[in-house]
Design a protein around this ligand. Structure first.
Ligand code: HEM
Length: 435
């Protein structure tokens, strides 16, 4: 067993390039074997953190939200020195602090989550299925008889975007803007997306007019998204609508009190970002996995009734969300390692989804794996609110894709996002084959 301060095999999970190069699985295997609860030192600027790579430990942390809180940040270990005044100034300028249900702790978390639950029940998901199929077929029709293309830009990113924007009642013209802004927010460490300000401005020009676009281009992705939603709220107040998620939030109350504008804006922001970035990666990485395992793909295409378990295996195999972070509120010992109050703990989902103690033969992609208790959606208090939609979208996408383009193939190396938070695929060259 390696002691907590040594860096086994030179592994540094704070290095996003490890994930961009798709080399993290070997690092996780070594950590699970030699240092399953491992202290990853920080730098002058960022905090160190405990890496949890075993399923049992991630289950423990996720099931004790009072001991491991989300409100101090769920992405990364956070800056070592927080300039409180500068942060307050930035928050005042943007109008929100980025604190939505995903960064809330009990008891407020549950109250807030309950407000939108009815939009995410199995019934709501099933009711949406025909629309999900319709959108999928529109996207595939648009590919037409083009022989090749970028699967991410043309297909996989567009379905989740359309579904979440549709649920929120956003006008179709702003969907491309939401796509650009999500990329620049979640891909802020990736060189391609750091340079999207100008591009987002161009999309905004098409979407909301040139003067507005100029204003939007000067703000950060988050400010632009919040700015858009602030206008939406004003519009809904003037012209009430019924059953989209933004309107539900506007009418919601907790203990007789409506939500503040800030709370609603934070919620909208989370829904757009969480709803469109993750599922697209499950679909893109799922297609890669199926192409890399032709015998499993053939089994599925020969019998599409296997699709539900194939979706679960795609989720386990691809783990589109790479980590969630927590902060310890008290001293606690995990697997013999002393974790102190105030220290950061990071749960690595791709690792727990290959944990030899939870899965037989974990490095085998098996579309009929059973049991398959993967943790791709997390577990406990913060279990993914959109899991039902994500599963349905992945399922419908592969059903329709294999009907329309049964011979689709990956035709080049995927371009991966430089991020240790989202397992993103930015571009995926494919040959569609004949429609
Ligand atoms: C394959 C796709 C998806 C994956 C892998 C995924 C993964 C996750 C994970 C791991 C969490 C847990 C956070 C934690 O424990 O701190 C989470 C939370 C959440 N997800 Fe997803 N997600 C996906 C799709 C979606 C979609 C489509 C939506 C919205 C329509 C969504 C909305 C949310 C929200 C609102 C939360 C916060 C829940 C809470 O804090 O109570 N997700 N997701």
């Amino acid at each position: 067993m390696v002691t907590s301060t040594e860096l086994p095999h030179g592994i540094n999970l704070a290095d996003a390039k490890l994930f961009e190069r798709n080399e993290a699985h070997e690092a996780f295997r070594l950590l699970r074997r030699d240092a399953p609860v491992h202290w990853n030192p920080g730098t002058e600027h960022v905090n160190g953190f405990w890496s949890l790579t075993k399923a049992e430990d991630v289950l423990f942390v996720s099931r004790h939200p009072e001991l491991f809180i989300s409100s101090k940040g769920i992405a990364g270990s956070g800056p070592r020195h927080v300039d409180v005044e500068a942060q307050a100034r930035a928050e005042a300028q943007i109008g929100v602090s980025g604190a939505s249900i995903i960064t809330m702790d009990p008891p407020r978390h549950v109250q807030m989550r309950r407000l939108v639950n009815k939009g995410f029940t199995p019934r709501a998901v099933n009711a949406m299925e025909p629309r999900i199929r319709e959108i999928t077929n529109e996207l595939l029709d648009r590919v037409g008889d083009r022989q090749s293309g970028d699967f991410v830009l043309e297909v996989s990113s567009q379905l989740p975007l359309a579904v979440i924007c549709g649920m929120m009642g956003l006008d179709r013209e702003v969907w491309p803007l939401m796509f650009e802004l999500t990329n620049s927010i979640l891909g802020s460490g990736d060189p391609e997306y750091q340079a999207t300000a100008a591009k987002a401005g161009a999309v905004a020009a098409d979407a909301v007019g040139t003067a507005e676009a100029a204003r939007l281009t000067n703000m950060t992705g988050m400010m632009r998204m919040i700015g858009y939603f602030r206008e939406q709220l004003a519009d809904r107040r003037a012209h009430p609508r019924e059953d989209d998620l933004v309107s539900i939030l506007l009418e919601s109350e907790i203990d007789g009190e409506g939500l503040t504008e800030k709370e609603i804006l934070e919620f909208c922001f989370l829904l757009v970002v969480a709803g469109n970035e993750t599922t697209r990666n499950a679909i893109s990485s799922g297609l890669i996995a199926l192409c890399e395992h032709p015998e499993e793909r053939a089994r599925l295409q020969a019998d599409m009734s296997l699709i539900d378990s194939a979706v679960e295996e795609i989720l386990r195999w691809t783990s589109p969300v790479v980590h969630m972070a927590r902060e310890a509120t008290a001293d606690v010992v995990i697997r013999g390692q002393q974790i102190r109050a105030g220290e950061k703990v990071i749960m690595w989902y791709p690792s727990v989804n290959r944990d030899e103690e939870l899965f037989a033969d974990p490095y085998r992609f098996d579309i009929t794996r059973s049991p398959n208790e993967h943790l791709a959606f997390g577990i406990g208090e913060h279990f993914c609110l959109g899991a039902g939609f994500a599963r349905k979208e992945i399922r419908v996408m592969f059903e329709e894709l294999f009907k329309c383009y049964p011979d689709i193939q990956v035709a080049g190396a995927p371009e991966r996002l430089r991020s240790n938070f989202i397992g993103g695929i930015k571009h995926l060259p494919v040959t569609y084959g004949s429609a």
